[in-house]
Design a protein around this ligand. Structure first.
Ligand code: LP5
Ligand code: MN
Length: 243
């Protein structure tokens, strides 16, 4: 039995093959798993649990089938779906995790997080993040009609696309000092995150101990799954049928 980690699926009605790949993952690999963790950016954009669009409903029902079969599924927020709330959790059976936290993974303490908080050189993003994670700001937005929220989300995506194009690759990657500090604060030397879309398993020496950081890949042209069991960690691609 293994524990599976995924993130950055960015599910979008415009990418139906990726949605199909994910639904298939839920029905097959995930069914055999001990637990499944979704570390943020499950959706391209989530505008509130009251959204009535088909994609959210299909994903909710498919997650419900998995959790109903007895596989625990955990979710922590990404920068695209920070508005996922208790209503989605109740309908899907998914358990919401805090933005970072340590789990026991086959005898090792491992810190889980989306990864955006490690990108501390991206000052503009961190300022933006502080605003959109403010509960008062979120309550105001959630009170707007769905159509208006949808338009706003589209505008934010476009602004982000333009802003990100101007940023150097090092700015949008994690800051190594922040990574070390974050591990020290939590008293661990293992972490798993996504967000940067730079899949890899990094190992280095931290305060005399071997540190390990797994970065999950995005699901744009294929899937990416980190499979962990007592024998170790394996980052595996999940190919689209016919590729
Ligand atoms: O997402 P991605 O990969 O393009 O880039 C991220 C950072 N950008 C974001 C913004 C999201 O893409 C926006 C999507 C939100 C969807 C849900 C919206 C629900 C709310 C609205 C409806 C209720 O996270 C990007 C990082 C990059 O990762 C790499 O780490 O660089 O950061 C930015 O682009 C931020 C800019 O630098 C600054 C943006 C200024 C925005 C100004 C508007 C602020 C006021 C908001 C009022 C609505
Ligand atoms: Mn992200």
């Amino acid at each position: 039995m293994a524990t599976l980690f995924i993130s950055d699926l960015h599910l979008d009605p415009a990418r139906p093959a990726i949605t199909a790949l994910f639904l298939n993952f839920l029905k097959q690999s995930a069914r055999q798993a001990e637990a499944c963790y979704i570390l943020g950016d499950l959706f391209e954009a989530w505008i509130g649990d009251d959204d009535d669009a088909d994609l959210g409903q299909i994903v909710t029902d498919s997650l419900r089938a998995l959790t109903g079969s007895g596989v625990p599924v955990y979710f922590l927020h990404g920068n695209r779906d920070f508005l996922i709330g208790e209503r989605f959790a109740a309908a899907s059976g998914v358990r919401l995790l805090p933005e970072s936290g340590v789990i026991d993974l086959y005898g090792e303490s491992v810190l889980l997080l989306h990864g955006d908080t490690l990108c501390t050189d991206d000052i503009d993003y961190q300022t933006f993040r502080a605003q959109v994670r403010d509960p008062a700001w979120q309550a105001q937005l959630l009170a707007l009609p769905l159509a208006q929220r949808r338009t706003l989300a589209g505008q934010l995506r476009e602004t982000s696309r333009q802003a990100t194009q101007q940023k150097a690759a090092e700015i949008t990657d994690v800051n190594p000092t922040t990574v070390d500090q974050t591990l020290r604060v939590h008293g661990v030397c293992r972490m798993i995150h996504g967000h940067t879309h730079r899949p890899a398993v990094h190992e280095w020496m931290l305060d005399g101990r071997l540190a390990r950081r797994a970065v999950l890949g995005d699901w744009y042209s294929q899937g990416s799954v980190l499979r962990c069991d007592a024998a170790g960690w394996r980052l595996e691609p999940l190919l689209l049928p016919g590729t």
